[in-house]
Design a protein around this ligand. Structure first.
Ligand code: 2DT
Length: 212
């Protein structure tokens, strides 16, 4: 009823340490929203399908080496190359569930010792998420889950630093969810949070840019 020309999809981001459950919860959210009849897509960063994404992938699998600043800017460029498509989809009413975003960018690079402000700068002007779901788990607990692959950052000591760096990034768009609960409990909590967010965006909550 009424004017719904400002109706749009929601930009929902999942963040957390490796093995916190982001990827499986993202696909559960996709199934859930599809089931309710919403238009929804699952995205992830890094998007390894682009040329920039292939450079990132090669770095993460230790096939190439790059200066810390250089790889940071590639991760950011990988989001910039998707920005306009992201905006188009959201404005067309599609909700995007995104597995990692700028917060991973800042947390992982500042864990290496790069300055926070420097890390945030190239993210300015990217679309701000409507909701960030942080799957909270202690690094030790995540490591116990096993299955760290052989990729660059998958080591307990480094994940401890990343966890600390994530802490300073929390803002009003964040919801922190205990990732040590049973999977179905987490799923339920995420469903409620996302549905509320999707409704707000349908009603015309304006899109914003980082960092806001
Ligand atoms: P996956 O294992 O989820 O594919 O992540 N990373 C990710 C960064 O350092 N900066 C970023 O901007 C992003 C999005 C986190 C691959 C690794 O890349 C890290 C883990």
């Amino acid at each position: 009823s009424g004017c719904n020309s400002e109706s749009r999809g929601a930009l929902v981001v999942l963040e957390g340490l490796d093995r916190s459950g982001k990827t499986s919860q993202s696909s559960r959210l996709l199934t859930y929203l599809e089931g309710l009849g919403h238009s929804v897509e699952l995205w992830r960063f890094p998007d390894r399908s682009t040329n920039v994404g292939q450079m990132i992938s090669s770095y993460l699998s230790n096939k190439s080496q790059l200066d810390d600043h250089t790889i940071h800017l590639l991760f950011s460029a990988n989001r910039w190359e998707k920005r306009s498509l992201m905006e188009t989809k959201l404005k067309a009413g599609t909700t995007l569930i995104v597995d990692r975003y700028s917060y991973s960018g800042v947390a992982f690079s500042s864990a290496k010792g790069l300055g926070d402000e420097w890390c945030k700068a190239p993210e300015i002007g990217l679309l701000a998420p409507d909701l960030v779901l942080y799957l909270d788990i202690q690094p030790e607990k995540a490591a116990e889950r096993g299955g760290y692959g052989g990729e660059k950052y998958e080591q307990l000591e480094f994940q401890r630093k990343v966890a600390q760096c994530y802490q300073v990034l929390h803002d009003a768009s964040w919801k922190i969810v205990d990732a040590c609960q049973p999977i179905e409990d987490i799923e339920k909590q995420l469903q409620e949070l996302v549905l509320e967010c999707v409704m707000a965006c349908q009603k015309g909550k304006p899109l914003a840019n980082l960092w806001s």
